[in-house]
Design a protein around this ligand. Structure first.
Ligand code: UD1
Length: 337
């Protein structure tokens, strides 16, 4: 298949690009580079042995998207492009709704025009809101706590409605838990702008000496050590889930939703300890107040992805910690070397 990856220069998109090519498909990237660097394209060439066609465009720009579709004859789209900072979405909700919803609508309209009928969407476990029970199963109640999360849930709804109306359209919604780690080569990884919001990039920047210490947001949650529990998944496992999802979409009509997680929850302090042990390093930390909007515990029931997609996460926490550190230590300034 020839697959368009919107946001393919980003963290999850770039890792998915490698797996897509390794599975024998052709990848094309569309990315405006607003939150990624052009150097990733060189690294992708190095890892895949292929020049990945690249369009530096805003996926909400219908004219440019139309031109690209006219030229490329895609079989499928994996849609990663979007704003993703939770805190920023609270202060700039209109920017989030405009950008994230617009890009999805533009893609759907252009796909319909060119009769492209396979769509995989990068959704998030954030659509479960504040969970009543864990593990989280796909059919459970959804609802969000911030505009970023609502854009994910609204796009899930738009895609579900579009595939109900267009019987040719196949949609797979992937709800990611917490992707961490990096490609084992150490050549591609997560390169956030500014001070990281997420736990692993924060830890690796403390380890490299860029940040003095980690703040642990709350130690009074009802969890085994009081710190928040999440389902961390290696980004390469997550990327492989996209290959299964796009191949599934090609063979089935309608909409399906899958959790992509390991099914195991680790606390913040479990992660700190595992990272120290896996890499023989010390991560200084202090306990801080809870971060607003955080929940105590979230982890997936990954059974459906196993049964239907024949996908399971294969890498363990040691792999995730070692690969995160290899990326950071080999690229202290990310892609800005
Ligand atoms: C966050 C987003 C989620 C998004 C996901 C994408 C929030 C509230 N949620 O998930 O919507 O889909 O990222 O990757 O932002 N922690 C610390 N210190 C830090 C950073 C994090 O203690 O400096 C803790 C958090 O309190 C949490 C855990 O580490 O318990 C994981 O945090 P994070 O990596 O930000 O992910 P989520 O909050 O689960």
């Amino acid at each position: 298949m020839k697959i368009l990856l919107t946001g393919g220069a980003g963290y999850i998109g770039s890792h998915t690009c490698v797996e897509i090519v390794q599975a024998g498909h052709d990848a094309v990237i569309a990315d405006d580079l607003s939150n990624s660097k052009p150097a990733v394209l060189e690294r992708l060439k190095e890892l895949t042995g292929k020049d990945i066609p690249f369009y530096q465009i805003d996926v909400a720009d219908k004219e440019k998207v139309d031109e690209m579709f006219a030229k490329e004859h895609f079989d499928a789209v994996i849609h990663f492009a979007g704003y993703k900072a939770v805190g920023e979405s609270v202060t700039k909700p209109l920017m989030y709704y405009r950008n994230n919803i617009d890009t999805a609508l533009t893609l759907l309209e252009v796909m319909e025009k060119y009769d492209v009928n396979n769509f995989v969407f990068s959704s998030s476990a954030t659509v479960y809101g504040v969970p009543e029970t864990v593990p989280l199963v796909e059919g459970m109640k959804t609802g969000c706590t911030n505009p970023y999360g609502w854009t994910k849930l609204m796009i899930e709804q738009i895609l579900t409605d579009a595939s109900a109306a267009n019987k040719n359209l196949s949609v797979v919604l992937l709800r990611y838990f917490n992707p961490i780690g990096a490609h084992p080569s150490g050549r591609i990884g997560e390169d956030p702008n500014g001070i990281p919001n997420n736990l692993l990039p924060y830890i690796t920047q403390v380890a490299i000496g860029k940040l003095p210490q980690l703040g642990v947001f709350g130690n009074d949650y009802p969890t085994h050590d009081g710190t928040g529990v999440r389902d961390y998944i290696h980004v390469v496992d997550l990327a492989k889930g996209h290959v299964k999802a796009i191949e599934y979409a090609d063979e089935h009509k309608g909409t399906e939703v899958f959790n992509l997680g390991t099914g195991t929850g680790y606390s913040v302090l479990d992660i700190v300890n595992a990272f120290e042990k896996a890499n023989d390093l010390k991560i200084p930390y202090v306990i801080k107040p809870r971060r607003s909007g955080d929940v105590a515990e979230m982890y997936a029931d990954p059974k459906k992805a196993k049964e239907v997609l024949n996908w399971v996460a294969e890498k363990n926490l040691v792999d995730m910690c070692q690969d995160s550190w290899r990326w950071q230590s080999n690229n202290p300034k990310g892609y800005d070397e």
